[in-house]
Design a protein around this ligand. Structure first.
Ligand code: SAH
Length: 347
């Protein structure tokens, strides 16, 4: 996109309305323009037929509609699809589409790379390249929608791709407001889940916002000694403080927090861990999502044997907690949890 134009994809509806105001147009013209861009996904201003021809001619000079370029698509045997995107400055990110029982979940990225270096995650090995702009976060959804097959519709959005969403709070928040706008793609916040390593200031900001999305926290250990080892962020925000922030999180009625827990062989998967977890989560309205570890040659850990995952789950169940085992999807195309990484030829 030409540098002298405003990218409409990253603008809130109110901002598009204000922009129209500057051009001497009424606010409803801004609403129409927003709808063309976000709901109808039209990129060519001249094709926006509800806008007067003269206005379109003016707009062409001032605005553009960006899209991250899809540079590769891979399809898993289980139906999962992974998209590699190339951004304007050449950075690359990945998104995943996961069809499942009538739902179609999309897992999107919020940063190119990630600075947090969790031991079990391939994205961490890239380091942080940069934060994504709101237009690039929204753009992943629009680009995937452009390529859906007949009859498909994205039902759920999870911010569980590359990066730590709460380290890019401003752009993530903006993207979510755009995506949930009723004049735009209109995703209900209830169908959007943000997953975090446990960045406490971010959790507090989210708590204070009116975004209304679901929160998932990657806990992954029951002692600080282990969590320090596998998630360096724990040295800054240890378990007790993290769970304190979770307890203080204002949950709407009938909503639950989710705790994610990657099962690492001999590291965090003992019966004692399960019992400690029960104690830690006491009094928090939550579900636990046990994630089978996805191995990779560059990662030091091994996956817990299935029986051990099931024993762990049973201990949680017996204590009255809801715990599910996440089915691994897209492993064969490295699209599964923790496997999103872009290799740079000569980084
Ligand atoms: N930074 C955020 C968003 C990424 S979500 C977060 O950490 O929550 C990625 C999820 O996949 C996290 O719950 C993480 O614990 C999990 N994960 C990372 N690497 C994994 C791996 N190799 N196998 C299984 N799950 C993994």
């Amino acid at each position: 996109m030409n540098e002298n134009v405003v990218d409409l994809v990253g603008l809130l509806r109110s901002e598009v309305e204000a922009l129209m105001g500057e051009l001497g147009e009424p606010a409803y013209r801004g609403r129409q323009l927003f709808h063309w861009v976000q709901a109808r996904r039209t990129r060519d201003v001249n094709a926006m037929s509800s806008l007067p021809r003269e206005l379109r001619a003016v707009l062409v000079e001032h605005v553009g509609v960006s899209r991250p370029e899809v540079s590769r698509v891979q399809r898993s045997l289980d139906g999962t699809r992974k998209y590699l995107f190339r951004l304007e400055d050449g950075e690359e990110i990945e998104s995943v589409l996961i069809p499942d029982d009538g739902r179609l979940t999309t897992c999107i990225s919020t940063q190119a790379g990630c600075p947090l270096a969790c031991r079990f995650c391939l994205t961490g090995l890239m380091g942080l390249r940069r934060n994504l702009r709101a237009a690039e976060i929204v753009g992943q959804i629009l680009a995937l929608q452009d390529r859906l097959e007949q009859g498909e519709r994205i039902t759920n959005i999870v911010l569980m791709g590359m990066g730590e969403p709460l380290l890019n709070f401003t752009q993530v928040e903006r993207a979510l407001r755009i995506l949930s706008d009723e004049q735009g793609a209109h995703f209900s916040p209830r169908r959007i889940t943000l997953s975090t390593v446990g960045h406490i200031p971010g959790i507090q900001k989210l708590a204070a916002s009116d975004l209304g999305i679901n929160l998932a926290v990657s806990l992954n250990a029951t002692t600080d000694a282990v969590r320090d080892e596998i998630m360096p962020i724990n040295r800054r925000w240890p378990i007790a403080e993290l769970l304190g922030a979770c307890r203080a999180y204002p949950l709407p009625n009938r909503r639950w927090l989710t705790f994610e827990y990657v099962m690492l062989d001999g590291v965090n998967d003992s019966r004692e861990d399960a019992k400690r977890l029960v104690g830690l989560l006491h009094g928090i309205r939550c579900k636990i999502n046990l994630i089978p570890f996805n191995t990779a040659p560059d990662l030091p850990d091994r996956a817990s044997p299935r029986e051990r995952v099931e024993v762990f789950q049973r201990v949680l169940h017996d204590a009255g907690l809801t715990a599910t085992i996440r089915e691994s999807r897209g492993w064969d195309i490295s699209a599964a949890c923790g496997m999103l990484r872009v290799e740079k030829e000569n980084a």
